[in-house]
Ligand binder design. Structure first.
Ligand SMILES: *Cc1c(COP(=O)(O)O)cnc(C)c1O
Ligand code: SF4
Length: 335
């Protein structure tokens, strides 16, 4: 456990950065010198799923460009209000795969723990935008039932911390959880799915690298970047620091209309990730979630993009194109 002296303890820098994230669409438009015409739809579309974006991420956006690929991931648009019947609120059936609140055990050998509903950034395409975190996450200190389930199932060798974003929890809580997981003999690997090192690199501080280095498990960290411009110098440094903890770094992206739907953008993303020590892992087809239909790319077009990518890059820089289908034993590879 990390020790905390109540007299000298200060909120870590990253928590302050998180608290200061931009939440007001008017402010975002002003910071980026964008037309006030975008405000009314942004206010309407953010009612269900509010705007949230850290300032260091906003600083990587181009001013005056409403089509900036980073902005498009976070700005609520009128297009979100268009409802299409095949776009649902729980597109991957998560609510039906929970043996305990907050534990998803869909695939052999690995289970996913929803540690928190909080994220540093609200991605407009997110399939969890309608997820009832209040009911489904054990963040209120109720990890015990999930831990008991894990301890009772020797087939589980890997535990995935997900959310929300697990790195929005404090290092004290994460270190304690890692310790509890490491004490279960059949758990060998700890995997963390997080977008924080990308959107808020100040999250990767000494407290985090300290417990990660010490955790007696194999560690995999899957970050989430969709565009090369998300990876700036500070992000590269954060990724390097994570690598130095003995963590294997992978990336997952979502194929998104208007953001990374052409081959040059995908090449640039893979090259930039690798230069920062990260291997591309998955490229997800969009989960058909209500409000995100304008990001969708048909499977035929996605296949064509991937075959072009394969013609241009070494195999290890080509992510696997996948889609999640409810009830299947793994994510489905699209080839
Ligand atoms: C995606 C996912 C995993 C991990 O799948 P991998 O193919 O190992 O990356 C595990 N559990 C759930 C519920 C998932 O959605
Ligand atoms: S960080 Fe991940 S879980 Fe959070 S909103 Fe973005 S895609 Fe969804």
């Amino acid at each position: 456990m990390l020790q905390r002296n109540p007299l000298t303890w200060q909120r870590p820098r990253w928590q302050q950065d998180l608290a200061e994230a931009v939440r007001d669409p008017a402010e975002l438009l002003q910071l980026l010198e964008l037309s006030p015409d975008l405000l009314a739809p942004a206010l309407r579309a953010s009612r269900d799923f509010p705007l949230r974006v850290p300032r260091s991420y906003v600083a990587r956006m181009r001013k005056g460009d409403p089509d900036d690929p980073l902005l498009r991931q976070v700005l609520p648009l009128a297009a979100e209000e268009v409802h299409r019947p095949e776009f649902m609120t729980d597109p991957v059936g998560d609510l039906r795969a929970m043996p305990h609140p907050g534990l998803l055990h869909k695939y052999h050998g690995r289970a996913l723990l929803i540690t928190t509903g909080a994220c540093a950034v609200h991605c407009r395409y997110c399939f969890r935008r309608h997820f009832p975190y209040g009911e489904a996450n054990p963040a209120a200190g109720q990890w015990q039932a999930a831990l008991d389930h894990i301890a009772g199932d020797p087939s589980l060798s890997e535990i995935i911390l997900s959310g929300g974003d697990p790195l929005s929890l404090s290092d004290t809580r994460l270190a304690a959880l890692a310790e509890q997981l490491a004490a279960i003999p059949h758990v060998r690997r700890l995997r963390i799915h997080t977008r924080l090192p990308i959107v808020l690199p100040s999250r990767v501080n000494q407290e985090l690298t300290g417990w990660l280095t010490q955790a007696p498990l194999q560690k995999v960290l899957v970050v989430h970047a969709n565009h090369a411009r998300e990876i700036d110098a500070e992000t590269v440094k954060a990724l390097r620091d994570l690598q130095n903890c003995g963590v294997t770094l992978l990336n997952q992206s979502v194929l998104l209309r208007g953001i990374n739907d052409h081959v040059e953008a995908l090449i640039d993303l893979s090259e930039t990730l690798f230069a920062a020590g990260v291997l591309p892992y998955y490229l997800h087809l969009l989960d058909k979630v209500q409000g995100a239909a304008h990001f969708d790319i048909p499977e035929t077009e996605a296949r064509l993009l991937l075959s072009r990518l394969r013609n241009r890059l070494p195999g290890y820089l080509v992510p696997q194109l996948v889609r999640e289908i409810e009830g299947e034993a793994s994510k489905r590879a699209i080839v």
